[in-house]
Design a binder for this molecule. Structure first.
Ligand code: C2E
Ligand code: CA
Length: 566
């Protein structure tokens, strides 16, 4: 009975493995290690190997390939397998004593190595089993190890191969590097998908050139992020320069694409490979809004920051209990008329820590998001804001109602009870839905858009108004925006920073305002610090402004002066 394709094999059908090995003893050791579990074909040289592959290629689950064959080099066989459409799915484990060749083989697509002299039989069996499973799974889910657009490895396989290369080169000092494109989604929106794809491909090609020069591996981690695992480099600026040079091509997009890089140099191999790249990513994020210094390095300082964050997590429950969190309010002004008019406030949390003193939310929000504490903190802040509105209404009477916007983390949106929670708070303090505006960061929409959009729909049908926060930092497509349930767009502060520094232009702001007009919603600009900025924004058609020009976020008592002025 002919066998089915190896990838769809029945569980009880034995898988077929080809051993290509010219030394008799080695061949027998391998055969004996696996023949209880697998059917085995044997080849003593390249010619026999090719004959077997030709006759039984569609049934093979794995090839064990010695690199030094009497009549040809194993690498040529590997190349041939990779190039042939019908058989390139067959994983190959290379057998070699030559460390240099191991790396070369990884580069051209070997799935794993078994070093010579052979390790314990159990290790051989485990590697074989693991490789077969991995490749079968891959075929089933139609996944390839490469990113289609750039041809670099995808994340999963990149990690896998990086680990394997470590296992074989324990002594090499390696750098873990993350490369990010600043504001990629906006570039995508403005210059279109083809242009963006072209940029990604260019980066892919350059990374490939780099790894073929220095050794190592590269992958596309996410839409606009790349990872590089390579022997320790000493000039990162040169590398970033090489990657960035002319990356935007010519024409009107010239110089718009800016890369930033996070480096974890001589990464500690005792740490999980993914954690090592988390550190590199942390370093890349540490220079996120720093246009003059696009390279961040993971070092002791960042490490200490990490430890600090962990301490904050430990301290959180007690802090909540002891009311160490204080809500500050920053006014928002309607700037459409002649004189700016107070229209609402944003509630922003601060932590008065008994040991560290005053802590800004930038230091803990993302930590609390990733550790799952944010729900409890946000609940606390929403409650405090509602209570404050009630208190102002009772005490100041006619000057209110004022509305207060609160931040809703993307994590909160996964809480199935969020609608009830917010409704409960509004009812408890006897205020109205319109008095609580919800600021939801744009990136939340693009993460699990269907779920989030549904939740936002529900919130709006309950009467809450929703502002899209940090607009310009997420990945919303124009298409998606038109179907989004929102009441206002809040421009990310970074645009104002970039527009009003030397050499900057207000083009991006104009685009956002255009988008808002198309959606028929007002635009809020945050981070307005100077009169010049205010006037420029006004002229461009921005509706509401918030920023140090008017006031920093202040405690509730201090905010009352704005209420009184109104
Ligand atoms: P955001 O929502 O974008 O808030 C605006 C941030 O910009 C605030 O920083 C505010 O103090 C600051 N800011 C306002 N005007 C200016 C200005 O003119 N110049 C400059 N340089 N900065 C200005 P803050 O209070 O440190 O908050 C940082 C972020 O933390 C907020 O960004 C928000 O995403 C998050 N956050 C704050 N409070 C909460 C909260 O209660 N819950 C959640 N989930 N996130 C919060
Ligand atoms: Ca906000």
């Amino acid at each position: 009975m002919p066998k089915t394709n190896a990838s769809q094999q029945n569980k009880d059908e034995r898988q077929l493995i080809l051993i290509v090995e010219d030394e008799f003893v080695s061949r027998e050791i391998l055969k004996m290690s696996i023949e209880r579990e697998y059917d085995v074909l044997l080849a003593e040289n390249g010619k026999q190997a090719l004959e077997h592959i030709g006759a039984s290629g569609d049934q093979l689950s794995l090839i064990l390939l010695d690199l030094n064959l009497p009549d040809m080099h194993g690498v040529d066989i590997l190349n041939m397998i990779n190039e042939k459409e019908e058989i390139h799915r067959i994983p190959v484990i290379v057998l070699t004593a030559d460390k240099e060749a191991e790396v070369e083989c990884l580069d051209i697509g070997a799935a794993d190595f078994i070093p010579k002299p052979y390790p314990d039989i159990k290790i051989i069996q485990a590697r074989i089993r693991h490789t077969i499973e991995l490749f079968e799974k891959r075929v089933i889910i139609g996944q390839t190890e490469f990113d289609e657009l750039t041809g670099l490895y995808n994340r999963e396989f990149f990690y896998l191969y990086a680990e394997r290369s470590d296992a074989h080169n324990r002594e090499n000092l390696m750098d873990a590097i993350v490369i990010d494109i600043n504001h990629f989604h906006m570039i995508n929106e403005r210059y279109g998908r083809d242009f963006s794809d072209e940029v990604l491909k260019r980066i892919g090609n350059r990374l490939r050139d780099l790894t073929s020069e220095t050794g190592g591996l590269a992958c596309r981690r996410d839409a606009d992020q790349f990872m590089l695992y390579c022997p320790h480099l000493d000039d990162y600026e040169k590398v970033l320069g090489m990657l960035s040079e002319g990356i935007s091509g010519e024409g009107n997009a010239e110089n718009t694409v800016r890369l930033r890089m996070g480096v974890y140099p001589e990464a500690d191999k005792s740490i999980d490979i993914e954690r090592r790249f988390d550190r590199a990513k942390l370093a890349a994020d540490s220079v996120k809004s720093n246009y003059t210094m696009p390279i961040g390095e993971y070092d002791n300082e960042l490490n200490e920051k990490n430890l600090y964050r962990e301490q904050l997590i430990v301290d959180f429950p007690e802090a909540l209990e002891q009311e160490q969190f204080k809500v500050y309010y920053q006014p928002k002004f309607d700037i459409r008329g002649e004189k700016p008019v107070l229209c609402s406030a944003e509630a922003l949390v601060r932590w008065i820590h008994p040991e560290y003193g005053f802590i800004n939310p930038g230091a803990f929000i993302s930590t609390f998001e990733s550790s799952g504490l944010i729900n409890r903190l946000d609940n606390y802040v929403w409650r405090a804001a509602a209570k404050q509105i009630r208190e102002w209404s009772d005490r100041l009477g006619a000057v209110v109602p004022v509305s207060v916007s609160v931040n809703v983390s993307r994590v909160d949106l996964f809480d199935p009870d969020i609608c009830n929670t917010l409704k409960g708070i509004v009812e408890e303090y006897g205020i109205s839905q319109e008095q609580i505006l919800l600021e939801i960061t744009e990136s939340a929409y693009s993460e699990d858009s269907k779920h989030i959009i549904d939740t936002v729909h529900r919130l709006r049908s309950e009467g809450f108004r929703v502002e899209m926060d940090d607009f310009g930092t997420g990945y919303s497509s124009l298409n998606m925006l038109t179907s989004l349930p929102i009441d206002a767009l809040k421009l990310d502060m970074q645009f104002i920073r970039t527009a009003f520094t030397e050499g900057g232009d207000t083009g991006m702001i104009a685009i956002v305002i255009e988008i808002a007009e198309m959606l028929g919603v007002p635009v809020i600009a945050e981070g307005v610090e100077t009169e010049e900025q205010l006037n420029a924004l006004k002229e461009m058609g921005c509706d509401i402004a918030q920023g140090y020009y008017f006031s920093k976020p202040v405690p509730a008592e201090e905010f009352e002066k704005f209420l009184a002025d109104r």
